[in-house]
Design a protein around this ligand. Structure first.
Ligand SMILES: [Zn+2]
Length: 352
């Protein structure tokens, strides 16, 4: 049974930095125990990065699209036409190259919003231990939701409201997961406030009870309070927001909110399947490295209901050799792409 002796490990749900820790790994690559160590080491262990929101299948459009949100990702837009042109093999190739890109960038888990309906879900299941697909059901699919599937809804106008409410009810009945993009597009948010007297975030929470809101770029205090009260998570996509020039989230409202926050790189056609850009944009907004590490790892995984972190029974950790780097500088390095040169081991669960 391998043992990783570390100088410093960020342990458990609280990411407590503990010195001189031995991590015992079993034959399935799961953590069997975490003990104190008296062996001198220069290794540092952190949970793997978790990218909480990606659309992988559009990776083939990278470098080939503009920055206007609705003409690129809206109904009938460039992206939809491209996805419709992909056959099964091309789709799997795109998803696989996204998984490789993720792993090359220390992202050991990610949520992929799949736009192709329930068809092909079995192809995706078990593709990689890193990969968690969220499906966008077709109207016909809705009847076939009889198992705990994870659903990702485009936005509050993706279906008729009655259909969407019954879809959400079904997903909750079967014990599935539900996430929805909301308040990315300020015009849609304004329209909802005008029509329903509440934002698309508030409407979604009331009517769909999603586990997580994606983007929330234009959220206000009422939205934040409601998310807090209902334990609804939030996935921030700062570099995507930057690319499509839709605005920046008011980070001050979130700072001490207690909301479970994750980071997502969003469309693979726009951003690499990594978290470096998200991390550096949050560093610019004066978020502490400790909080960024949380958002980029265990808290991000928690937005999708996934247990993550250096704890018994878990896996997915990164081990760096940082020599005698002072403790103050360790997270600066780990949270930057330069950390890749110090990466000594990646521990992921063995494929079943
Ligand atoms: Zn998205």
């Amino acid at each position: 049974m391998p043992v990783i002796n570390t100088r410093l490990s960020y342990v458990g749900k609280d990411l407590l930095p503990e010195e001189n820790v031995a991590i015992h790994i079993d034959e399935s690559n799961l953590i069997q125990s975490i003990e104190s160590s008296n062996i001198n080491s220069t290794l540092v262990a952190v949970p793997g990065f978790f990218n909480a929101h990606i659309h992988t299948a559009d990776i083939g459009l990278r470098g080939k699209i503009g920055t206007d949100l609705s003409s690129v990702v809206g109904p009938g837009g460039v992206k939809q036409r491209y996805l419709e042109s992909l056959d099964e093999q091309a789709l799997i190739e795109n998803i696989s190259s996204s998984i490789e890109e993720a792993n090359r960038n220390a992202v050991l888990g990610f949520v992929d919003f799949r736009e192709g309906g329930l068809a092909g879900l079995e192809l995706l299941t078990g593709l990689s231990s890193s990969y968690y697909p969220y499906i966008r059901p077709t109207l016909d699919d809705i009847e076939n939701i009889t198992f705990p599937v994870a659903i990702g809804i485009r936005d509050v106008i993706a279906y008729d409201t009655e259909i969407m409410v019954s879809l959400a009810k079904k997903v909750h009945q079967v014990g599935g997961r539900l996430e929805i993009h909301a308040s990315e597009d300020v015009m849609l948010r304004k329209r909802w406030i005008k029509e329903y007297g509440m934002s698309d975030i508030q409407w979604s929470i009331r009517n769909l009870q999603p586990h997580a809101i994606i983007h929330g770029t234009h959220l206000n205090e009422t939205d934040v309070n409601m998310m807090q009260e209902t334990d609804t998570a939030l996935v921030l996509c700062p570099s995507s927001n930057r690319y499509f020039r839709v605005g920046d989230v008011n980070i001050d409202l979130l700072r001490n909110s207690g909301i479970t926050i994750g980071l997502g790189s969003d469309n693979a056609m726009v951003n690499p399947v990594a978290l470096w850009a998200e991390i550096s944009l949050l560093q610019e907004r004066d978020i502490s490295n400790e909080n960024i590490l949380r958002y980029a790892t265990i808290s991000g995984a928690a937005t999708a209901g996934i247990e993550w972190g250096i704890s018994d029974g878990n896996s997915n950790l990164l081990v760096y050799d940082l020599g005698a780097t002072s403790e103050d500088e360790i997270l600066d390095i780990i949270l930057s792409p330069q950390s890749q040169q110090f990466l000594k081991a990646i521990i992921q669960p063995n494929p079943h």
